[in-house]
Design a protein around this ligand. Structure first.
Ligand code: GP9
Ligand code: MN
Length: 698
C-alpha cells in the first residue's frame, strides 16, 4: 500500500482522525438527503455553496462535545450524538415525504394528538432504503467493536477540543452571515422552513424551531388586555361589512359545512379520458342557486386540515408552524362559529370518521362551542369500512344520518370527509374511474378517491332532498388544502396539460372550491379573489349576522369592500393584479415575472405586502397571546368548556331527551319515524342485507 494511503488510513486510529471521519460521513449523507429527499429550491452559486457548507458547523460543534470526554466514553458519546443527529435526519426524510415540510417542535408537541394518523401513514411512506441513513453509524460502531479501528486512549487536550468548537462556531458565523446577505430577515420573518434548512441546515432548523415554540409560550404569558387594542384598531379599519343583496338570505336555515378533504379547484369540470371526475360536484358548482368562487385559495401551513378548520370557523389564521388547534385549542378562548350560532338558537355538531383526538378536535371543539362531536366511536367499525385515515366517505355520510336526524333544527352541522386523503388508497371494489397516467404513483390515484368522494356527496345530497333538508338548509362546501403537493411538478404539468410549471402556476394550483348553496339565492360563478379566512364573514352575511364586533380577520367575499389580497401563510400573496412569491412579483393576469417595476408599482406591492404581514402577525398575536380571553363581543357569552362532553353514552342520552323537549328535529317532524331508510348508497361494503340498516350505538 502506498505510504500516503497507509498514513491516511492510520489516522482514523487517532481521536482527531476518527472524529473527522464521523463528521465527513454525517455531512455526506445529509448532503445526499438534501439532494434527493427534500425540495429546497437551491438557486445560484451562493446557495449551492451554503448547502454544501451548512451541515458542517453544527455537526462539528455537536459531535465536538464528545471531544471533551475521556478515552472510550469519548468514542461512545460521539456515536450517541451521531445517532441522535441521524434520527432527526431520518424523521425529517419521512415527514417531508408526506407533508413537504420539515418537522417542527410544534408538530412534535402536537404529535400526541396526531400520532395515530402519523403512524398510519408512516407505514405507507417508509422505504426500506430509508434506514441507510444509519449505515455509517452502524459501520463505525462495528469497526470499533471489532477493533478494525482502534480507540485512541490518549487524552484529547481540552484546548484542541475548544479549538474544534471554535472552528464550528466560526463556520456557523460564516454560514449565517452569507445567508443573511443572500436572504435578509431569514430568521426574523416567518419564511418557509425550507429556507432555514437550505441556508442553515437541518440541525440549526431544529434549534430554531424549539426556540420559536418556547417563545410562543412566553408570548402568551406576557400578553395583556392592552394588546387587543391594536387588533381592534386594525379590524375597525379593515372589516368590510356586508352585502345588502345577500344579507340574511339564508337566515334561520340549517347550515351544512361539508369539508372536502384535499380537494383542489382544478378537479372541478376536470376530465380523465373524457369522463368527468366529479360530475355531481360539478353540477352543484354550476347550480343556479349555488354561489361558487373560482379564485378561492387555501391558506394552510403545517396544520393542514386543522388550519383550514381554524380559518373556516374562526376567521383566524393557523400558525406559521405546527397546528394552532393542537397547541392552543384546549387552553385558549375562542369565539367560533358553532358557539356564536348556538347562542342564536342553533344546535351545533361536527361529524368525522377518525378518532376524536386527531388535531386535538376533542378539546378544540369544546372551546369552539360544538354541542356534539360524532367521531369514529359513534360509527359502526368493520375492517372494510375503513381506508387510510378512517371511515370511507360513503359509509360515513350514511351512518351520520341517524345522528343528524335527531338534531333540533336549525342546526349547524360540519361533516369532515376523509377518503380523498394522501396517499389516495382505494380498494378495488370502490374504484370506478381510471387513474391518471402521469407515472407519478402518489398523484395518479388522486382522481379515483376524488371521484369516490363525489359519489358519496351525491348520495348525501339525494338523502337531503328526500328528507326535506335540501330546501331548508344552506350547504357550504370547501376544499381544505392541496392534495398534490408542490413536490410533483412534472405530474402537475401533465395534469394541467402544460409543458412545465412555474412558481406562479403552483400558486394558482392552491385554489380550492368554495361553494354556498341555498335555494332562492342568486348563484353563479364569482371571480372574486379570496381564501379560507374569508369564509366565515361570507357565511354570516347570508345568515344575517353582522361580523362587526367579532374578531375575524377575513372579509365578506360578497361585500363591495372585500379585500382581494389573499395571504398565504408564509407571507406570499395573490391578488387580481399582483402575485408575490418570495421576492418575485408576477403579473396575475399574465403570470409573467415583473422585472422592471415602476415606482408606483413597487409602492403598491409594498403596501399589499405590509397589509398581508400585518394581518398574519395580528392574527398570530390573538392566538399566541390568547387575546380573546380579554375581549368578549357584545351579546356573546363566553364558552365554558366544561359544559361539553362528547362521550358516546352521554350524547345518546342527551339526544334522546332532546326529542321530547324540542320537537324540531327531522325525526320529530317525521313523527318519530327514522329517515335512515331513505338513504341510498351503492357502497359495496353495505350491500348485504344485514348491514344495510346499520345501527351502531356503542
Ligand atoms: C384527520 C384528517 C386529516 O382526521 O382530518 O388531516 P390532514 O392530514 O389532512 O391535515
Ligand atoms: Mn386535510
Amino acid at each position: 500500500m502506498p505510504k500516503f494511503i497507509k498514513n491516511t488510513v492510520g489516522k482514523v486510529n487517532t481521536t482527531l482522525g476518527f472524529f473527522t471521519l464521523t463528521v465527513v460521513l454525517f455531512w455526506l449523507k445529509t448532503y445526499i438527503a438534501y439532494q434527493h429527499e427534500f425540495t429546497l429550491g437551491v438557486k445560484g452559486t451562493v446557495q449551492q455553496f451554503l448547502l454544501i457548507l451548512n451541515p458542517f458547523p453544527t455537526a462539528i460543534v455537536l459531535l465536538g462535545i464528545a471531544l471533551y470526554f475521556r478515552g472510550r466514553l469519548r468514542y461512545w458519546l460521539l456515536m450517541i450524538i451521531d445517532t441522535l443527529q441521524t434520527t432527526w435526519l431520518f424523521a425529517n426524510i419521512l415527514y417531508y415525504r408526506e407533508f413537504s415540510d420539515f418537522m417542527s417542535a410544534g408538530v412534535i408537541k402536537s404529535s400526541g394528538a396526531a400520532s395515530n394518523n402519523l403512524g398510519t401513514s408512516l407505514g405507507q411512506i417508509i422505504h426500506a432504503t430509508d434506514f441507510l441513513v444509519y449505515a455509517d453509524v452502524v459501520l463505525l460502531i462495528l469497526l470499533l467493536v471489532f477493533k478494525v479501528i482502534r480507540i485512541d486512549p490518549r487524552p484529547f487536550k481540552i484546548r484542541y477540543a475548544a479549538t474544534m468548537t471554535m472552528i464550528g462556531v466560526a463556520l456557523f458565523a460564516v454560514d449565517l452571515g452569507m445567508s443573511e446577505h443572500d436572504r435578509s430577515d431569514l430568521l426574523t420573518r416567518t419564511f418557509d422552513n425550507n429556507y432555514i434548512v437550505k441556508y442553515l441546515g437541518l440541525n440549526t432548523y431544529a434549534g430554531y424551531s424549539f426556540y420559536q415554540t418556547e417563545k410562543e409560550s412566553a408570548t402568551r404569558a406576557q400578553a395583556s388586555s392592552s394588546d387587543m387594542k391594536s387588533v381592534l384598531a386594525y379590524l375597525k379599519k379593515n372589516q368590510a361589512g356586508e352585502n345588502v343583496k345577500y344579507f340574511g338570505k339564508a337566515k334561520g336555515k340549517n347550515v351544512f359545512v361539508i369539508h372536502l378533504e384535499s380537494f383542489q379547484q382544478f378537479l372541478i369540470d376536470y376530465k380523465v379520458d373524457g369522463k368527468e371526475v366529479t360530475p355531481n360536484l360539478n353540477k352543484f358548482y354550476h347550480d343556479k342557486s349555488t354561489l361558487s368562487f373560482d379564485n378561492f385559495y387555501h391558506q394552510v401551513a403545517q396544520g393542514k386540515t386543522s388550519d383550514a378548520e381554524m380559518m373556516m370557523e374562526n376567521s383566524l389564521f393557523g400558525l406559521p408552524t405546527g397546528s394552532a388547534m393542537t397547541q392552543y385549542g384546549t387552553s385558549n378562548t375562542f369565539q367560533a362559529a358553532p358557539a356564536i350560532l348556538a347562542q342564536k338558537g342553533y344546535t351545533t355538531a361536527a361529524f368525522h370518521g377518525d378518532v376524536a383526538s386527531f388535531w386535538n378536535r376533542d378539546n378544540a371543539y369544546k372551546s369552539w362551542g360544538y354541542d356534539y362531536f360524532f367521531y369514529s366511536s359513534y360509527y359502526k367499525e368493520k375492517a372494510d369500512y375503513k381506508i387510510g385515515y378512517g371511515l370511507k366517505d360513503k359509509i360515513f355520510f350514511k351512518d351520520s344520518v341517524k345522528y343528524l336526524e335527531k338534531l333540533p333544527q336549525p342546526f349547524y352541522a360540519k361533516l369532515i370527509t376523509l377518503t380523498n386523503h394522501y396517499p389516495y388508497p382505494l380498494d378495488k371494489q370502490n374504484v370506478s374511474i381510471q387513474k391518471t397516467t402521469t407515472g407519478d404513483s402518489t398523484v395518479d390515484g388522486y382522481v379515483q378517491t376524488a371521484h369516490y368522494l363525489d359519489q358519496a356527496f351525491a348520495e348525501f345530497v339525494s338523502y337531503l332532498k328526500k328528507a326535506g333538508l335540501y330546501k331548508n338548509s344552506m350547504i357550504v362546501l370547501y376544499g381544505d388544502h392541496y392534495g398534490i403537493s408542490n413536490n410533483h411538478r412534472a405530474a402537475i404539468a401533465q395534469l394541467l396539460g402544460k409543458k412545465s410549471i412555474t412558481n406562479f402556476d403552483l400558486a394558482q394550483f392552491q385554489k380550492v372550491p368554495f361553494m354556498i348553496h341555498s335555494e332562492g339565492i342568486k348563484g353563479g360563478v364569482n371571480h372574486t379573489y379570496g381564501g379560507e379566512i374569508d369564509a366565515l364573514p361570507t357565511i354570516f352575511d347570508l345568515l344575517g349576522i353582522k361580523n362587526k364586533g367579532y374578531i375575524q380577520f377575513g372579509t365578506d367575499l360578497l361585500s363591495s369592500k372585500h379585500d382581494q389580497t389573499v395571504a398565504f401563510r408564509n407571507g406570499d400573496f395573490v391578488s387580481p393584479t399582483y402575485t408575490k412569491l418570495g421576492s418575485t412579483v408576477y403579473n396575475s393576469k399574465t403570470g409573467k415575472k415583473l422585472t422592471d417595476m415602476t415606482d408606483t408599482q413597487k409602492k403598491t406591492v409594498k403596501q399589499m405586502q405590509n397589509h398581508v404581514t400585518t394581518e398574519l402577525s395580528l392574527s398570530d398575536r390573538v392566538i399566541q397571546g390568547d387575546l380573546l380571553r380579554f375581549y368578549t363581543p357584545k351579546g356573546f357569552k363566553k364558552v365554558n368548556k366544561s359544559d361539553y362532553n362528547y362521550k358516546v353514552t352521554k350524547t345518546l342520552k342527551s339526544l334522546k331527551e332532546l326529542q321530547k323537549e324540542k320537537k324540531t328535529s327531522v325525526l320529530s317532524k317525521n313523527k318519530g319515524k327514522s329517515t335512515v331508510d331513505l338513504y341510498q348508497t351503492d357502497a359495496p361494503e353495505l350491500s348485504d342485507s344485514s348491514s344495510s340498516s346499520s345501527s351502531s350505538s356503542k
